[in-house]
Design a protein around this ligand. Structure first.
Ligand SMILES: [Zn+2]
Length: 285
């Protein structure tokens, strides 16, 4: 399936990209060339999102729970080096696939929530990253440039205790006027705290948005969606897993006019975005 869609209204003035300091001769803000590709990989239950900048720089945000599936995708898409790996949190359906990714694609930088996992999978991931010579950073609202793509890391708010879901690390991806947002398995306490902090990173609109917690009932909620204002939502979910996605989540998206994509029904969902905010969507099936 291929759909060509015009993105939402462009950000006024200089925009966020380039800080408005790169002016061309005609006084307009310089627009980055090429396209960013964001793939929501069909990993069954779990999340795994692969981002490639126009310059070929790569980010893997989570890896799903199947090492073999994730390893296969890296081969399919020709990723032999990761510039950035982010673990939203340490649950197995998000980090198991990161282990082969760390071994095969030796990330230059790894960012997580700073809460060590308690599983052997976590230990394997740390070992693989150390062997790869990867730099470790705790999420601290840093901005990482992948060529002309900006990755704004959204650190968990203070006071979330040691709950992994509510310490999910979010990312806002910006390529000119094209924007995507993903916040792991952040449940209501975390998203409400981000809203209370008036975090600019979670302010929409976004062309691309990842459903929180695989469409669980404790994920997306009306106040949050009103801030995020997504145009498309991808629910990364396996078949018959924990009752995800819930009807509550599906109804919420429908009520807000959000186009819904599901990896359990459509396979890998790929957005190819241009700096003017336009994009195409393709699905495996
Ligand atoms: Zn999960």
């Amino acid at each position: 399936m291929l759909a060509l869609t015009t993105g939402l209204a462009a950000c006024a003035g200089g925009g966020l990209f380039g800080g408005g300091d790169k002016k061309g001769g005609d006084g307009k803000t310089e627009v980055p060339a090429g396209q960013v590709v964001i793939r929501f990989l069909d990993v069954g239950q779990g999340d795994a999102v692969l981002v490639r900048s126009p310059e070929g720089k790569t980010l893997l945000y989570d890896g799903g729970r199947s090492p073999s599936r994730l390893a296969g995708y890296l081969q399919t898409y020709g990723v032999d080096r990761l510039d950035l790996m982010i673990a939203s949190h340490a649950d197995a359906d998000h980090i198991a696939g990161l282990v082969p990714a760390a071994q095969q694609a030796r990330p230059r930088l790894f960012i997580n929530n700073g809460l060590a996992g308690t599983t052997q999978t976590w230990d394997r991931l740390v070992t693989a990253l150390k062997d790869a010579g990867t730099t470790f950073q705790k999420a601290n609202n840093q901005v990482i440039k992948l060529g002309s793509v900006k990755v704004r890391v959204i650190a968990p708010p203070a006071g979330m205790g040691d709950d992994q879901n509510d310490n999910s690390v979010g990312v806002r991806i910006e390529f000119g006027d094209f924007r995507a947002l993903m916040t792991g398995d952040s449940e209501k306490p975390e998203t409400q705290a981000w809203l209370a902090e008036r975090r600019p990173e979670v302010e929409g609109p976004f062309q691309v948005y990842k459903s929180i917690h695989h469409g669980a009932a404790n994920g997306d909620h009306p106040a949050w969606l009103a801030a995020v204002r997504p145009e498309n939502v991808v629910i990364s979910v396996g078949e018959n897993n924990y009752g995800h996605p819930t009807q509550t989540a599906l109804d919420l998206y429908k009520h807000n006019g959000v186009r819904i994509y599901r990896t359990d029904r459509q396979g890998t969902v790929t957005f190819t975005g241009s700096a003017d905010g336009t994009y195409t969507v393709t699905t495996d099936r």
